[in-house]
Design a binder for this molecule. Structure first.
Ligand code: SF4
Ligand code: SF4
Length: 68
């Protein structure tokens, strides 16, 4: 679980750091950083105007085979 930050898109505006309910986002050197403890709520993804944040795909999710 967690989020990935596209550092090329991130402007360091800091908007996501205020919305995160568990406070794992911070801005350092004009780039967003995420630390341990993200609960994958998705709020920061919606908040980021530059679409710099994406939720990581759950590793448990497996595709069903078509011809089963
Ligand atoms: S809201 Fe987006 S652009 Fe702003 S600091 Fe967070 S990730 Fe970067
Ligand atoms: S998905 Fe939720 S918990 Fe994770 S960094 Fe974004 S706002 Fe914080």
């Amino acid at each position: 679980m967690g989020v990935t930050i596209d550092l090329l898109r991130c402007t360091g505006c800091g908007a996501c750091t205020y919305i995160c309910p568990v406070g794992v986002l911070s801005v350092d050197d004009m780039k967003c950083r995420v630390s341990e403890g993200c609960i994958s709520c998705g709020k920061c993804v919606e908040q980021c105007l530059w679409q710099a944040i994406a939720l990581e795909e759950k590793p448990m999710k497996k595709r069903k085979k078509r011809d089963e």
